[in-house]
Design a protein around this ligand. Structure first.
Ligand code: GDP
Ligand code: IMO
Ligand code: MG
Length: 423
């Protein structure tokens, strides 16, 4: 049985959480493969909105097992807050939530290091969510990290102390003042670790291999978006993991030839939170309108998301890097009633017209070239079938499918589970 992947094709917040929740009824296992609590995945049903950070977005379904893979970085403090959130809805997560022993742990000092590093960068800051993601992955690749499986060993606190001491020295190395009370942070951390230890830790790659042998269906859930990928994103304004399809192989222990469908999610426009280049960004009333109607505020930090037109140059690139087999277009409802729509189909780059993403997409190098479309006027949010789509929406979808050569199989017309139209 193949493993299907679901991942974001832009700069994150495409609506991954919503679609994973919608698709969960088709799968036995939902497995998060990278990132950490920098993610905020929103699900809405029965009039209630839930935001998940590390826990896979299948957790609200009765039957599916939700697996946190080895490629994920876990902050016990945030994780326990998520569990508390689930407790409010009587979700029996102990039976259906499992954690990879190989997943790395975010320590309180990783968060402090993130803050020190960002402050020291000044204007060049990444715009990190400050959840300790970068420093934790640095310790992973530097071979110093502490993993979930270490919590089962007697001496893990010695390892913790040595690493935390090193981090304190590193914080001092940054020429900035960071106020903190480590004792307080550690009390909170160790209490959270005790709670985490009540959950099931597994050798997740073996678990998934057995599941595949037994014919179980698996959906791998990505976090962030392809343009935030450490290798293929807009470096250095990226996150610290491989958010693209290859990250699912390393983040779960799944071989490339076991990958089935690759579901790529994109918004009908583009958003970005944090710093970094964004060629189609709008600084006018249209951009402000997208932000307002689309409620474009970060699910994790509450920061306003920058908004702009759909960038087909970037979307073609991310479809290619991921091997996307099916597309899902989100938030078309937000654009209803706009005067016109624009889609960037090429860049003017050093005097030439190009249709690939160059090394440097800073505004001084790249000017987007747009194709204009009429916009639909109808409210899409109550629609339930593609036959109800206005002509302009069909034209927009047809154009994108033709350009990308990949079918758009789901059109999402609102945040709720039910506002999902299959084509
Ligand atoms: P994720 O990180 O990819 O899971 O996405 P987020 O949850 O951070 O951001 C997506 C936001 O858009 C959330 O507030 C969703 O509830 C909302 N959303 C998802 N799909 C749609 C849609 O089709 N229309 C509208 N209006 N909102 C949507
Ligand atoms: P989901 O899964 C949008 C952005 C941050 C910052 C950069 C690096 O909800 O789509 P980090 O905290 O990783 O050091 O931040 O990446 N970023 C996201 N933007 N959605 C996310 O996750 C993001 N996770 C990180 O804003 O620009
Ligand atoms: Mg999000």
């Amino acid at each position: 049985m193949a493993v299907d992947l679901l991942l974001g094709l832009q700069w994150g917040d495409e609506g991954k959480g919503k679609i994973v929740d919608v698709l969960t009824s088709n799968y036995d296992i939902i497995a998060r493969f990278q990132g950490g609590p920098n993610a905020g995945h929103t699900l809405e049903f029965d009039g209630i909105k839930h935001v998940l950070r590390t826990i896979p977005s299948g957790i609200f379904h009765e039957s599916a097992i939700n697996l946190v893979g080895n490629g994920v970085v876990i902050d016990p403090v945030v994780f326990v807050q998520e569990l508390d959130g689930l407790d409010q809805f009587n979700i029996d997560y102990k039976k259906k939530l499992v954690l990879s022993r190989k997943a790395h742990i975010i320590l309180p000092t990783h968060r402090l290091l993130d803050a020190a590093s960002e402050t020291a960068k000044g204007k060049a800051k990444i715009g990190s969510t400050l959840k300790g993601i970068g420093p934790t992955y640095m310790d992973k690749t530097g071979r110093n990290g502490i993993r979930i499986g270490d919590l089962e060993l007697d001496n893990w606190k010695e390892k913790y102390r040595a690493l935390a001491n090193k981090h304190e020295a590193l914080i001092g190395f940054h020429d900035v003042k960071i106020q903190y009370d480590l004792k307080e942070l550690e009390d909170e951390f160790f209490t959270a670790v005790d709670r985490l230890k009540e959950l099931t830790f597994i050798d997740s790659e073996a678990y998934l291999h057995d599941a595949m042998d037994a014919g179980k269906s698996i959906l791998a859930e990505g976090a962030q978006g392809s343009l935030l990928d450490i290798d293929f994103g807009t470096y250095p304004y990226v996150t610290s993991s491989n958010t693209t399809a290859a990250g699912a192989c390393t983040g779960l222990g799944v071989a490339p030839n076991q990958i089935g469908e690759v579901f790529g999610i994109f918004k009908a426009y583009t958003t970005r939170v944090g710093s970094g280049p964004f060629p189609t960004e709008l600084f006018d009333d249209t951009g402000a309108e997208m932000a307002k109607v689309g409620h474009e505020f970060g699910a994790v930090t509450g920061r306003p998301r920058r908004c702009g037109w759909l960038d087909l140059v970037a979307l073609k690139y991310t479809c290619r890097v991921n091997g996307v087999t099916q597309l899902m277009m989100m938030k078309g409802d937000v654009l209803s009633g706009f005067d016109k729509l624009e889609v960037c189909t090429a860049y003017k780059y050093k005097g030439e017209t190009i249709t690939h993403l160059p090394f440097n997409i800073e505004p001084e190098n790249v000017t987007p070239i747009y194709t204009k479309f009429d916009c639909w006027k109808e409210d899409l949010t109550q629609m339930s079938d593609p036959s109800q789509f206005p002509k302009e929406l069909n034209e927009y979808i047809d154009f994108l499918e033709k350009e990308l050569q990949i079918p758009i199989k789901i059109v999402s017309v609102g945040p709720d589970r039910t506002q999902t139209i299959h084509r």
